[in-house]
Design a binder for this molecule. Structure first.
Ligand code: ZN
Length: 459
């Protein structure tokens, strides 16, 4: 386990000089940093250990930060590191799969939560946010932390109330089950109260879940003024975090990571594909379909006399695609059906027996239904292909290991696990993120403040 080091101030100038060359080399092409800066002595660190506060704002679509004034998010961005065009969710771009990918660094096929709700095709068991650890295959950050002797706290983080390893969701440090009626202020204040503990008792890792603006995005669609209000509310909560940390004189010591699990797209006035319209080519019974959209998930129930169901599945896929591309099925061009092992590799969505054998990729904001009804559906949704920009969320990192004012290219949220593990000096469990990625996002351990200072003096 790594220890945090605080260099004595008397040695600082020497260290600064010795790091000047390194700083020049590292930042020569960095034009994003302000060119004028008045150096002031930095106050001594109050915390002598690294602490990470990971905040998830559910359904915070990339670009929402431009809907309204967001002074507090802007402060984190200007003095931290931001994914310039957003954080890329995993497919399917749903809440539980993505929160667990952020927490474990694994794609859903490997952490097991392949949708918010699904039936295991092999066992026939239903997963509906169950807490039985058998469903949750990865090692989330709070488990990695406590397994290696650190302390962790979670507040409503999806899946954090599952008992795994040394993690028993301890009372006082693991707020669950999720309760929508708990005000966001109360959630933030609980997290802030941990900083009133003695340093050894302060959780090294904290995960805070905010359910806005997802609620409003679903109900009214992403362009509704009530979503704008919710974005302002989230910004106010970030302000509450910043002020609370400043009051306790630890704001500059804590690594605050603000991100979201996915974006949001409207379904209002969008196109609908009706499965019954494919009947001239193939009849697909409703009980073969586990989910329609944003992801079409099919588990055909062939009779016992069918010897090779895989072959029958391939035939079914071919017939469905023939119908959809015939030009005779309304909106058929917005749905493409795959055997799961033939899905594009970039989706990483095949290597699990829990994933149904047939998956349909649905166009952005398009609905799939079994048959025509007169219902007019108008709301917001997510879960679509993670290639769509509307599914992206945000990533901002602020604190000692995050360079000030830096923009980085978009990256997938499976990288976050390694980033947090690196900051906390934890040995990461095997995951789908790249160990090299942390080097491109974080300042080096132990040299952070000094390299940064050297850079500030030079610019
Ligand atoms: Zn969500």
């Amino acid at each position: 386990m790594a220890k945090s080091k605080s260099y004595p101030l008397c040695n600082l100038s020497l260290i600064v000089l010795s790091l000047v060359a390194l700083a020049v080399a590292a930042t020569a092409d960095d034009s994003s940093f302000p060119t004028s800066y008045t150096w002031r002595p930095q106050p001594p660190k109050k915390l002598t250990k690294p602490v990470v506060l990971l905040i998830s704002s559910d359904g915070f679509r990339f670009g929402y930060q431009f809907k309204t004034e967001t002074p507090n998010i802007d402060l984190l961005i200007s003095s931290g590191t931001e994914a310039q065009t957003g954080l890329i969710p995993v497919f399917p771009t749903m809440t539980f799969p993505n929160h667990n990918s952020i927490a474990t660094g694994l794609y859903p096929a490997y952490h097991g939560i392949i949708m918010n709700k699904f039936t295991d095709p092999v066992t026939g068991e239903l997963f509906n946010r169950n807490l039985d650890p058998k469903w949750w295959l990865g090692e989330p950050l709070w488990v990695t932390a406590v397994n290696q002797g650190l302390k962790a706290a979670t507040y409503f983080w999806p899946g954090a109330d599952v008992h795994k390893g040394s993690w028993t969701c301890p009372k006082g440090f693991c707020k669950a089950p999720y309760n929508v009626s708990v005000p966001l202020e109360e959630r933030v204040d609980r997290i802030l109260s941990y900083f009133d503990l003695s340093e050894s008792e302060i959780p090294d890792f904290m995960g805070l879940y905010l359910d806005q603006p997802d609620i409003q995005g679903h109900e009214y669609g992403p362009d509704d003024p009530r979503v704008t209000e919710a974005v302002a509310k989230v910004d106010t909560m970030i302000g509450r975090v910043i002020q609370g940390l400043k009051k306790r004189k630890v704001f500059s010591d804590v690594h605050v990571i603000l991100l979201g699990d996915h974006g949001m797209v409207t379904s209002c006035d969008k196109k609908v594909i009706y499965i019954d319209d494919l009947a001239d080519w193939i009849k697909v019974p409703a009980d073969w379909i586990q989910a329609y959209s944003p992801v079409l998930a099919m588990n055909p129930r062939w009779g016992k006399d069918v010897k090779n169901p895989g072959e029958k599945n391939a035939e079914l896929v071919a017939k469905m695609n023939k119908a959809l591309s015939s030009g005779k099925v309304e909106n058929g061009e917005f749905l493409q059906v795959y055997l799961k092992e033939k899905l594009p590799q970039r989706l990483h969505y095949s290597d699990s027996s829990r994933i149904p054998p047939i998956i349909g990729m649905v166009g952005e904001g398009i609905l799939v239904r079994q048959n025509r009804t007169n219902a007019h559906e108008c709301y917001g949704d997510h879960g679509y292909d993670n290639m769509f920009f509307s599914m992206r969320s945000i990533f901002i990192g602020h604190g000692p290991r995050f360079k000030r004012g830096r923009k980085v290219p978009s990256f997938e949220n499976v990288q976050v696990y390694n980033v947090v593990a690196e900051i906390l000096g934890l040995r990461p469990a095997p995951n789908n993120g790249s160990s090299l990625f942390t080097r491109s996002l974080l300042l080096p351990f132990g040299e952070t403040a000094e390299v940064e200072l050297a850079r500030l003096i030079l610019t």
